[in-house]
Structures are given as C-alpha cells and as structure tokens.
Design a protein around this ligand. Structure first.
Ligand code: NAP
Length: 261
C-alpha cells in the first residue's frame, strides 16, 4: 500500500505515526509548505502544492498511490475539493479525516459567521467590542484590516503577510494552549470578544472555556461543508482502520494487461 496523507494537522501526524513501520504500508505525508518551521510527522514528507487537481492526479499516478487520506484542517476547503476530484478521476479510495466540531454549552454566547468576511461584519456591527482576540490563523486577517477603531490581538503561527488592522498586536505562537495560559492571555489583553474558527479538538479549546468564564461573546466562523457524498471519519483510530481494511484498487493499466492474457 502507498498512502498519500494530506496533512498539516495533529491528527495527520498521529495517523502517520500509527501507520509508520507497518509491514506493507508506505506513507507519504504532504504539507502545504506555508509554515516556516512546521511540526513534522514521522516518515516520508513532501512539501508544497501539487499544482491543482491535475497535479494531484499526476502525483497519484506517478507514485502508485493506493489510498488517499485527506487529514487537512476542516477549513482547508480547496485541498479537500481537489482530493475528492482527483481520487474519483484516478479511482483511488479516499477517506477524509475531519475532527468533530465544537458545540456551544448553555452559558456560551456564540455568534455564527458564515466566513471570515462575515465575522468582520459582525465585529463592525458591535462598536462596544473594543478589544478583539482574533484566532483564525493568518489567512483572513486582512478582512478586518478596515476596522481602525478597534484593538486587535492576532494569534497565529507565523505573522500575517496581508494588511492587518492598524491597531494590531501579533502573537506568533503555536498551540496547544492550556487553560492557565489562556486565562492569563484573556486577563492581560482584557478582550471584549473572541473570533475563532470551529476547529474542534482539545488542543485549542481552552479559549472557549475562558470566554465562557468571562461571559464574553465568541464569533464562530462556520466550517465549509464537505463536498456532497464525501466519506469521512472523525478519529485517527477509525481512519487507521479504514486504511488497513481497504483493499487497493489495481491500476487500470494492470487490469487491461490481465484482460489480454
Ligand atoms: P487550502 O486553501 O484548502 O489549499 C490551497 C492550496 O494549498 C491547495 O490547492 C494546494 O495547492 C495547497 N495545499 C493545501 N494543503 C496541502 C497539503 N496538505 N499538501 C500539499 N498542498 C496543500 O488550504 P489552507 O487552508 O491554506 O491550508 C494549508 C495547510 O494548512 C493544510 O495542510 C491545512 O491542513 C493546514 N491548516 C489549515 C488551517 C486553516 O484554518 N485553513 C488551520 C491549520 C492548519 P495545489 O492546488 O497547488 O495542490
């Protein structure tokens, strides 16, 4: 088996570790190559885009990939769309590993936003929210750039390259973030509102608890939907099981040569 594992998440690294060294299984992890100093999985790693669907199709063919696992972040919408298309075109079995989203608890004050642009519009509509903690990664921060009457604390792994709001403090930090450090951050910055994606998982969920403790509103950018009928699992264990129990589809060229003999 040759598993191409589209990564950039902790689950992808866990899955690479779980499959690494198993007899008959080769795993290549793929990273987008955007982060300067990425957390690397064990085993083979390639980095950088494939060059769209056609590039990914070519990669699947040239490397005899038998299983495609999309364990990218739930907001990596383009990569997932390309994976679904390329897997269908090349008849490579695909599984998407998407961690379960967070759900609000009774005391939460969540405001739903359809996109980062929508989240910026929600913030603009609430002039009483003076200090904003933005934890959406570095992509999308530019959507808030026109909000020059607010103070932003932007937390992301590498600083944004696009325009930012004029009154911004960047915290270039990588999770996980524990409860104590999140409590300290909220106390120090005295923010009025948190903006977040619904990433799910435990590594970055402490901020939601601290927002709840402080009675703060949370603007939640909703997940993009998966393409229709895309198979997905929510845990590393389920995805590992899928890999190990899914028989490789023999490439077309082998099938035709078998027919002829
Ligand atoms: P995206 O918008 O869906 O993808 C844009 C392009 O980046 C893709 O078309 C592909 O380029 C390339 N790409 C993305 N993921 C790749 C991968 N794992 N391996 C090779 N190429 C990849 O993706 P994104 O939202 O920018 O996310 C980029 C990476 O960061 C992903 O690995 C994702 O798991 C990780 N990440 C994203 C977020 C987030 O909030 N979006 C959060 C945490 C981690 P080509 O078309 O040239 O193939």
């Amino acid at each position: 088996m040759h598993v191409l594992l589209l990564g950039g998440t902790s689950e992808a690294r866990q899955l690479a570790a779980a499959l690494h060294g198993r007899r008959g299984v080769t795993v290549t992890s793929s990273l987008a190559g955007r982060v300067a100093d990425p957390a690397l999985p064990v085993g083979e790693v390639r980095s950088g885009g494939f060059g769209g669907v056609d590039g990914l199709r070519a990669w699947l063919r040239e490397h005899d990939v038998t299983h495609l696992v999309d364990a990218t972040h739930p907001y990596a919408e383009t990569m997932t769309r390309h994976a679904v298309q390329a897997a269908a075109d090349e008849s490579v079995p695909l599984m998407v590993l998407h961690r379960a989203p967070w759900s609000p608890l009774p005391d939460d004050r969540w405001v739903s936003a359809a996109s980062t642009a929508d989240a910026a519009a929600v913030i603009a509509d609430h002039p009483e929210w003076r200090r904003v903690l933005l934890t959406i990664g570095r992509q999308g921060v530019h959507r808030f750039a026109h909000l020059d009457d607010r103070e932003f604390t932007v937390r992301c792994i590498d600083p944004p390259e696009d325009p930012m709001p004029p009154r911004t403090t960047v915290l270039a930090e990588r999770g996980p973030f524990d409860l104590d450090s999140e409590r300290e951050l909220f106390a120090r910055t005295d923010v009025d509102v948190l903006v977040t994606k619904n990433s799910g998982g435990k590594l970055t969920s402490a901020k939601l608890r601290v927002a709840r403790e402080r009675g703060l509103p949370v603007v939640v950018v909703e997940r993009p939907p998966l393409p229709e009928n895309t198979p997905f699992v929510s845990t590393v264990a389920d995805c590992e099981r899928w890999v190990l129990t899914t028989r490789p589809v023999r490439p077309e060229r082998d099938r035709s040569s078998t027919d002829e003999t």
